[in-house]
Design a protein around this ligand. Sequence first.
Ligand code: DAH
Length: 356
Amino acid sequence: MTVYDEIDDARAASLAAIAAAADLDGLTAIESQLFGKKSALGGLKRLMGQVEADERASVGQALNAAQQAVRAAHDDARASFAAAARRVQLETERLDLTEAPSAPALGHLHLVTQATERLEDVFVGMGFTVSEGPQAETDWYNFEALNLPAAHPARSMFDTLYLDLGDRTEIGDGEGGEATNVLLRTHTSPVQIRVMENQEPPIYTVCPGRVFRRDTADASHMPVFHQIEGLVVDRGISFRDLAGTLNDFTAAYFGSSITSRLRPSYFPFTEPSAEFDITCVICEGDGCQTCQRTGWIELGGCGMVHPNVLGNCGIDSEEWTGFAFGFGIDRLALMRHGIDDLRDMYTNDVRFLSQF
Ligand code: DAH
């Protein structure tokens, strides 16, 4: 067996030991066996003295080459074990960061949807039906039919978002078919008109839905919000029916410690008209910051349906009378949960939403 055979054997044994190592610790454990003085190749180095002088250079080169090969194999094995360990660590850290619950978390209905469903339940319990209408409306349904003609100053109560339909601006208004503006409805009142056009009285219905105004978002305004409209048309309906219905609703929704009151107001689609307040749900009437120390909170508007509005829908105002009301659902949900900034409802932060 030549010294070159011995070098080859020592190199093969060292490479086999590296290949057998299971992990970084295993590689560290065999380092002295590979590179130490007593290692196979190290031992051969010490035998160099016994090699013939003219052979030394080439034996030395063979030894160095073997040693470099072992060093390279060891470095490669170390690098690949380190990379694998890093992958495992990243994987566990990634799982930690998601704080993944063991079972997928079930969500729940948004606060506004919860409030809407509860309102519907209360009104259905009082004998009302639920009606819906489109969110993009024509000028006729949103304004004209509600006794708000084009130049009417009360239109300025509504910061309207008009839709640019490009070539399709020629949309009939349902009253002779001439062209009309199309807009995002500014209130749920147009649904009153659609119900009265499609249904004979007696009518007892509520119309919940999304409405839009060109408002800048702040703690109490959003350009998109929700309202619920109520409409009753029957024989002999009077203002006291309106007051009684709103009072019954208030007690059913908020509990008997909360009552309602009406204040004279103006809306083009009702005559007479009123503003509808409820006892402040935060202080229960004592006066606090939320109700500006009045003990009352304004919820919405109401009144007796204007004869022109009934007439616009082909209902004889000599035979039928009715009342209507409309109020904001988002505001109601805000008060019910004591939330002081409306924008929190719409930023979709699960840490906020999951509290309700
Ligand atoms: N549509 C009104 C608004 O958005 C609210 C309203 C007032 C609705 C009086 C009614 C009503 O039905 O009778 O400000």
